[in-house]
Design a protein around this ligand. Structure first.
Ligand code: PHE
Length: 442
């Protein structure tokens, strides 16, 4: 099998950051924060990022780089046994289930982009925009059309192989998205009443801190950083020689967190300025963002640019999600009598994803369950298992080479990292799970 690789170190970072930054930051983060008490959620979220983010990003990248394999072969290659193979399947399952609902939301973004192009939001207030969203999200033929489009685009990028497709896209457009969001934040903060939104988002209110908030924040942290399904294992396998993994991980983490906070700084002040309910769930940003964009100078251009960039941010994430599944299928079939080529694997995965998407469109409960099941359960669980795998499961020789002798990681830092993987991360995830299940009460 031809081994793909990123051509430059910046390319890898941009692709990984592009995979991490997406609808999780701009769509999901604000609505989950809105439902879970604003400031209380933000604080727990940041704690999760600090505790889990860096070690788990480094761990996934290292598993990928050291093994040179995707999620299918990585655990076997490193451990030399088949005992951990179920983790590969957990990764694949998670990627597929996420794609089912993620593409639906990406479809909404494409729908809004097209509407921005024809200036459909001009003059609509927040209640008309709420009405509008319910039309968009219940019209099935329209949803199908707008969802199939990003599936085809994602498949097309993968069809032409990672290094050419993903790098080019991410390198130019991510900084542009950040700039656009900064401008929007600047505009929103000038609206009357925006200070209440800043208070909601940044003021920590202990009374709002419940075990549900902690569960949601932890799930969101995994989802937003793309941890716990091998997305970074897959990209790690394509890493160029000499890449400094901790530095790359830190950059991905900082960028991802910045974009999420920036999204909050746009949404919450606007929520209060326009008098909309911050707890309205998945539709929140689709109601608030068009209204914010109408307030910008050059409203038409700003809307088109913003929704265009949002679609691309979503696409760089769907690319990384689909790459997990495609690399898995290709590697899983490589030694069989019917090895699938990259293009055959892309076609097979895209077809399966389309089925899952239809389930999410025709059975909205499936949409909610998919989200809960992945961010709330399989991602933290898989991350926990991977931490145990690297921290405890690898044979001594392998463990040393994977963790401590990697270039750029000093011995001391390696030991702290190992301590996190062995103790801190499994224990905290376990406690949060037990607490969420009501077995333990804090
Ligand atoms: N992290 C992405 C986002 O925030 C979603 C994603 C999850 C992408 C898992 C790849 C893997 O939108």
């Amino acid at each position: 099998m031809k081994k793909s690789s990123f051509s430059t170190k910046v390319g890898l970072i941009m692709a990984a950051a592009g995979g991490a930054v997406g609808l999780g930051n701009i769509w999901k983060f604000p609505y989950i924060a809105g439902e879970n008490g604003g400031g209380a959620f933000l604080l727990v979220y940041l704690l999760c990022v600090l505790l889990f983010g860096l070690p788990l990003l480094v761990m996934e990248f290292m598993i990928g780089k050291r093994s040179g394999k995707s999620t299918y072969g990585a655990f076997r290659a490193l451990s030399g046994t088949n005992r951990w193979q179920w983790m590969s399947w957990l990764c694949m399952l998670t990627a597929m289930v996420i794609m089912g609902f993620y593409f639906v939301v990406t479809g909404w973004c494409f729908n809004y982009l097209v509407e921005a192009l024809v200036n459909a939001f001009s003059g609509l207030d927040s209640s008309a925009l709420t009405e509008h969203f319910s039309v968009v999200s219940t019209n099935k033929p329209r949803m199908i059309a707008f969802t199939v489009l990003p599936v085809l685009l994602t498949a097309a990028v993968l069809w032409f192989d990672v290094n050419k497709g993903i790098e080019r896209l991410s390198k130019i457009l991510m900084p542009l998205l950040l700039l656009m969001m900064l401008l929007m934040a600047g505009r929103v903060l000038m609206l009357d009443g925006s200070n209440l939104g800043m208070q909601f988002f940044f003021q920590f209110d202990c009374a709002k801190l419940t075990s549900h908030v902690v569960m949601e924040a932890m799930g969101q942290c995994f989802f937003s950083l793309s941890i716990g399904l091998g997305a970074l294992i897959t990209y790690g396998a394509y890493m160029p020689k000499g890449q400094n993994i901790p530095a790359a991980s830190l950059q991905v983490l900082v960028l991802d967190t910045l974009v999420a906070i920036l999204a909050g700084v746009i949404i919450f002040p606007a929520v209060f300025a326009f008098g909309v309910n911050p707890e309205q769930g998945p539709q929140l940003v689709f109601v608030v963002l068009p209204a914010v964009l109408q307030q910008m100078s050059f409203a038409w251009l700003s809307s088109v640019l913003f929704f265009g960039l949002l679609c691309i941010a979503a696409l760089t994430s769907t690319i990384s999600l689909m790459e997990v599944a495609v690399a898995f299928v290709q590697e899983a079939t490589a030694d069989t009598r019917h090895p699938l080529s990259r293009r055959q694997s892309v076609s097979l995965v895209a077809a399966l994803v389309l089925v899952l998407i239809m389930l999410c469109i025709f059975f909205p409960a499936m949409f909610d369950v998919s989200d809960q099941l992945t961010a709330g359960f399989t991602m933290p669980l898989t991350a926990l298992c991977m931490a145990v795998f690297v921290g405890w499961g690898l044979p001594k020789r392998g463990e040393g080479s994977v963790l401590l002798h990697t270039k750029g990681t000093r011995r001391r830092a390696g030991q702290v990292f190992l301590f996190f993987l062995r103790w801190i991360i499994p224990l905290i995830i376990l406690l949060v799970f037990l607490n969420g299940l009501g077995v333990l009460k804090f």
